[in-house]
Design a protein around this ligand. Structure first.
Ligand SMILES: [Zn+2]
Length: 187
């Protein structure tokens, strides 16, 4: 198990026993670890355990997919900032840093990506029309619009498409939009 080093430097030597001996744990502690939970409990007792996500990065988690977007329907969103990046197939998608209120008012911090004619196009238009790249509240969060997508046609089709093109494959898909509506509270 040799480590490659430049030839003209003196390799540091380490006593094996010193290298592997634990500093915060006894041999009995370490031998006693049988499950993942045991390891976390022992580490917590000795050093306190923190999630790497809280220590590394900025605390914003990437959300992907329709179920994640669906959880933001009707929930106010603070859009901190957004930018456009080139997609794999020549198009562009938007990367937006957003914060939504949790049930106890805590900040739920997400990075939202979208390349659709919904969110992405909406933000593109705002940037082009107002030069805006951040600082926006979306009172009703996201709105979902479902359509039938045909694999063979490569796009949206009508509900009776399969009765015309009997060999095609159709599945429901969703486009998500920012919903700026201020819902009126009824008293
Ligand atoms: Zn088709």
């Amino acid at each position: 198990m040799a480590t490659r080093k430049p030839a003209n430097t003196t390799p540091e030597t380490v006593e094996t026993a010193e290298l592997v001996s634990a500093e915060g744990y006894t041999d009995t502690d370490l031998k006693g670890i049988e499950t993942f939970e045991d390891a976390l409990r022992l580490a917590a007792e000795t050093y306190g355990v923190e999630a790497a996500a809280d220590l590394i990065g900025d605390g914003f988690g990437l959300i992907k997919g329709d179920p994640a977007k669906r959880s933001l329907i009707g929930r106010p969103i603070a859009v901190m900032e957004w930018k456009f990046v080139p997609g794999d197939f020549g198009g562009e998608f938007v990367v937006a840093r957003i914060v939504a209120p949790g049930d106890n008012g805590q900040a739920l911090k997400y990075i939202l990506t979208d390349g659709s004619t919904g969110i992405c196009t909406q933000l593109k238009e705002l940037t082009e029309r107002y030069g805006k790249k951040g600082g926006m509240v979306v009172h009703s969060g996201l709105r979902e619009s479902q359509y039938q997508f045909c694999t063979e046609c490569g796009g949206a089709v009508s509900n009776d498409h399969l009765s015309v093109e009997t060999t095609h494959h159709v599945a429901p898909k969703s486009t998500f939009y920012l919903d700026p509506t201020r819902k009126m509270l009824t008293s």
